[in-house]
Design a protein around this ligand. Structure first.
Ligand code: NDP
Ligand code: ZN
Length: 180
């Protein structure tokens, strides 16, 4: 297997760290936002065995367009059309109402490219992990359970992509009873 090229991956990490520099996660400690995209890429490489630089760079960059002022043109100029296309596939249209966006993720999941399915799956794994281990401080149990339920519906649409990561997701789902 080709080794994962470090140059583009580190460039993506540096770019995403700069773009997300003022953002924090929703956990009680308000962790740096960049911890999340790095965790998604780490999961794909070190638990998924994925060495495709397009997938790994897209994972690092997956929330830049959605959550910062980053444009697709900017990503294309630096990281190329393939990485940008995957990021766009996993980017919600923030002009839409939240419930519509959530429904769209369920409907679009089966239509995603294999690369985007991997990023989507890893993103949901990391967010379920966060809900179990470092949840938003102000979420009710019902809200966390609703997120688990919705994430399961999205992931149902990408099944058949990566059995090992899907098993990891299912294991996290089975821990839903640990939510408080
Ligand atoms: P949000 O979309 O507002 O928040 C979840 C997102 O926050 C994640 O997808 C993740 O996105 C990001 N995130 C940041 N920090 C964390 C963290 N520590 N743990 C997990 N995720 C984190 O959630 P929803 O509004 O979708 O709420 C979940 C469910 O609860 C929905 O189904 C909704 O219907 C229901 N609900 C919503 C209420 C509301 O007020 N909106 C009230 C009651 C129930 P990313 O990967 O992009 O960073
Ligand atoms: Zn994410």
């Amino acid at each position: 297997m080709e080794p994962l090229p470090l140059g583009p991956v580190l460039a993506a990490v540096a770019f995403a760290a700069d773009k997300h520099r003022a953002q924090r996660r929703k956990d009680a400690e308000a962790s740096p936002y960049i911890n999340h995209p790095i965790a998604v890429a780490d999961l794909l490489v070190n638990q998924g065995g994925i060495h495709d630089a397009t997938v790994v760079c897209a994972a690092v960059l997956h929330d830049t367009i959605e959550d910062t002022e980053t444009t697709a043109a900017e990503l294309t100029a630096i990281f190329g059309a393939s990485v940008t296309a995957v990021v766009l596939e996993v980017t919600d249209d923030k002009a839409l109402h939240k419930q519509v966006r959530k429904q769209r993720q369920i409907e679009h999941a089966p239509k995603l490219s294999p690369e985007a399915k991997l990023v989507k799956l890893a993103d949901k794994i990391c967010n379920l992990r966060d809900l179990l281990d470092s949840p938003p401080h102000d979420w009710s149990l019902e809200r966390k359970q609703a997120y688990f339920h919705w994430a399961a519906r999205v992931v149902d649409g990408v099944r058949g992509t990566h059995p090992r990561l899907e098993a990891l997701f299912d294991h996290l789902l089975s821990r839903q009873g640990e939510l408080e």
